[in-house]
Design a protein around this ligand. Structure first.
Ligand SMILES: Nc1ccn([C@@H]2O[C@H](COP(=O)(O)OP(=O)(O)OP(=O)(O)O)[C@@H](O)[C@H]2O)c(=O)n1
Ligand SMILES: C[C@](O)(CO)[C@H](O)COP(=O)(O)O
Length: 401
């Protein structure tokens, strides 16, 4: 877009959402933890080609609106009217004092708008003066009469589904809306229809099937399932391990060899930190514990380096198609001091697991000289793992399990 041109966006959120069913108007409901309105507005608020975002809400919705849009930057909302067309005009009038070159008019009910579609809207409107996003009709369409009988079958090759944002030269669409109001025309279901009536030529550009309008309860349940499937099956697991001190001159802690005046009494190398992490991952997988995968009775694991247990647990997650999002371990001991070793330990766990260091937390605490750790008889460790698995089946998602 030429830098001298300004594009603004109007988000119409003044409807009642009656077809979507009971509860708050649909634009204030959440999908995947975020309000429909925020999803619809945020890509405009952060688009570098949009100089101002003008929301239009129902006069009664000030509180719902404020809660749903917290954190976004936009012009003060104005109240809409009884129809979408009236709400659009309220938004246009609010922008008139500082008129942009083009205006994009978008339904708050289209929550899955992308910045690519917004860019196409700006570019096409700047060159044509009026442009709307469309997608092809993939089903055969019938014209059906009042009797329920099919009257004819329009040629679907020339039909398109119109979406928003619909984009226009600002002065032209404002004047068209004012004229429609003067002439008592309040029946246009989109701004393109109003522009066509006013004699404008309307161009089209490629829309996006994902940019559908949330209209019915089924739209909400389908999209909730889709978002949940995309997020995956997020699980957390916790782990705990203890080893007593024995003779020795070093400890293995979180995969790091730490010089110390004691060693661990253990079948393996006794690395409580890695053992707790392994148990946390196995817990998140609901797949037993470290003892069931590496029985202490098996001589194979005598003196074993514990990094192989962690590699094994990470592989189990991969085999299930999952990913580890976060690992954290807390060492509970009076000594050695963990603070100076923290970054080395994080780096070592990152090496073993293949995760970025930023996803690994190593913490430590004393037990205020209380209990076995306070008496320096050994070290305890707790751990937590957050993993993301693909959903196994649709039943999981519908909550019927
Ligand atoms: N008086 C109105 C009516 C609709 N809209 C907005 O226009 C968009 C598209 O309208 P629609 O999907 O029909 O929303 P509602 O009118 O809320 O739904 P319903 O017809 O089911 O009540 C929505 O973002 C809606 O909030 C508006 O700003 N003012
Ligand atoms: C503007 C619109 O979303 C384009 O498809 C549609 O016309 C709105 O229609 P509604 O009857 O207000 O849902």
């Amino acid at each position: 877009m030429p830098s001298s041109k300004r594009a603004a966006a109007i988000i119409v959120a003044g409807g009642r959402g009656l077809r979507a069913g009971a509860g708050s108007p649909k634009q204030y409901r959440t999908l995947g933890g975020q309000s429909v309105l925020a999803r619809a507005m945020a890509p405009f608020c952060t688009h570098p080609g949009i100089s101002a975002v003008q929301p239009v809400r129902h006069a009664d919705d000030a509180t719902l609106f404020a809660e749903a849009t917290r954190g976004l930057t936009f012009r003060p909302a104005v109240s809409g009217g009884a129809t979408r067309q009236q709400s659009v005009r309220a938004g246009l009038e609010a922008l008139a004092a500082d008129a942009p070159d083009v205006v994009l008019i978008h339904d708050a009910a289209r929550a899955f708008i992308t910045q690519d579609v917004i860019s196409r809207a700006i570019d096409t409107a700047l060159t044509t003066g009026a442009a709307i996003p469309v997608i092809a009709v993939n089903d055969t369409v019938k014209r059906v009469g009042d009797t329920g009988l099919v009257e004819d079958t329009p040629n679907r090759a020339v039909l398109r589904i119109a979406q928003t944002p619909q984009a226009f030269a600002f002065d032209t669409i404002l004047e068209a809306h004012r004229r429609a109001a003067r002439e008592g025309r309040d029946d246009f279901t989109d701004d393109s229809a109003l522009a066509e009536w006013a004699g404008l030529t309307v161009a089209t550009f490629q829309g996006d099937a994902a940019n559908m309008k949330l209209t019915t309860p089924e739209d909400f349940s389908r999209e909730e399932i889709r978002l949940a499937a995309a997020l995956g099956d997020v699980r957390t697991g916790t782990g705990y391990d203890v080893h007593a001190f024995g003779d020795g001159d070093h400890l293995w802690l979180c995969g790091v060899k730490v010089p110390f005046h004691r060693g661990f009494l253990a079948h393996s190398d006794g690395d409580v930190g890695l053992h707790a992490l392994v148990d946390a991952i196995l817990g998140a997988l609901a797949d037993g514990d470290i003892g069931s995968h590496f029985p202490p009775s098996d001589p194979k694991w005598k003196g074993a380096a514990s990094d192989q247990f962690l590699i094994y647990a990470v592989d189990l997650v991969k085999q299930r198609g999952g990913r580890i999002a976060h690992l954290e371990v807390t060492l509970i001991c009076e000594a050695p001091k963990v603070g100076p070793l923290r970054e080395t330990m994080r780096t070592r766990i990152a090496e073993i697991t293949g995760l970025p260091v930023s996803r690994i937390a190593v913490k430590a605490t004393t037990s205020e000289r209380l209990g076995f750790t306070g008496r320096q008889e050994g070290i305890a460790a707790t751990a937590a793992a957050t993993i993301r698995l693909p959903w196994a089946d649709a039943d999981d998602l519908s909550g019927s399990n």
